[in-house]
Ligand binder design. Sequence first.
Ligand code: IMP
Length: 424
Amino acid sequence: MSQGADILLGLQWGDEGKGKIVDVLTKNYDVVARFQGGPNAGHTLEFNNIKHVLHTIPSGIFHENAVNVIGNGVVIDPIIFCGEIDKLLKLEPHCIDRLKISRKAHLILPTHKLLDAASEASKGKNKIGSTLKGIGPTYMDKTGRNGLRIGDIELLDFIDRYNVLKKKHLDLLKGYEFPFDLQIAEKDWMVAIARIKRMNLSDTDILIQKAFHSGKKILAEGAQGTLLDVDFGTYPYVTSSTTTAAGACTGLGLAPNRINEVIGIFKAYITRVGSGPFPTELNDDLGQNLRDKGNEYGSTTGRPRRTGWLDIPALKYAVEINGVTQLMMMKADVLSGLKELKVCTEYRYLGATINHLPFSLNEKLLQPVYVEMESWEEDLTGITSASDLPKALQDYTDFIEEKIGVPVVLISVGPDREQTLWRG
Ligand code: IMP
């Protein structure tokens, strides 16, 4: 591994299993840094029969030698963040010491969450299906240049600034018919702010630069997935941040020429939570089977995830947008025992056959074209070497590699750290 940074990110609509892989890889890195998103994310890690779900904290936190950075591109809900810290402290008493929080990261106010909920309620059937964590309104205030940042907590006039932004939000809320009570949330928020003020608030952009110059290895950890990117995702059914590789540059202060590998994580099938187009969606028993077997229920909201066949044109698009150099395929075990196995290799779009992702994925314009693959019966969860995987799965993986043109270096066959097979 050469000096500089690698990026690890999701290539679908999130929930690909990024947290598990960051945790597996962290032993190779000195710094693990989250670059965008916020508590809308739920990164799940499993080891020693315990399941951990992280929302804001980087997935390298369980390794004592790694510095974990929450970058400027992340948005932080102080209450959720402190809740995460409290859970972690029981297992990792020194976790706060290895966590650096960017002064430039934006704060999610209680009124941001209200605005998120009010906006979604007003959209009726056109709602985005937001996680209601206040993500959209917080990024709107960031780009609108109204936001409050972590570094503002250290300023003497922080409360005045808070009140100015809160008043703006309360004025906006008058435009919705949305009942609310702020009192408890605001009190808890202020308590959490006081705690965060005593943590390692840092100029993490400079920390990243120093780490680079001293030869440290940095892993930039993405949240959500490429198809939820605010520019390149299925707009407007997206999140409000740059989930693609470019987001690691703007969300950490990482120069593009300091990036080495771009590790793309995808599931052996595909899921989506929330609204929006989904060409390969399975609205039948098979889809339900994948949901149950893959435990496809949101780790942040508990919502059932929509499920479907692997979509190669969408995957290829994500690989190109991010410059992916290595692929890692997750949840291959969930496909065991299926009666049929299909992959979408191209689309019918306005009467033509295409193999790229067009502007609109509206189902009236676009239909997936599938090839049938041979399925396999074997339970994969106890397999310890990639060479012991069933031939049909090896063929499935080779097929994806050939279509995408990037090697699949790892196959995950279960949620535990140990259920991770490297391909030779
Ligand atoms: P928001 O980011 O909460 O505003 O939600 C916008 C859309 O992104 C919704 O469809 C969410 O379900 C989806 N989304 C946000 N975060 C995640 C995630 O971490 N995994 C999967 N979907 C997500």
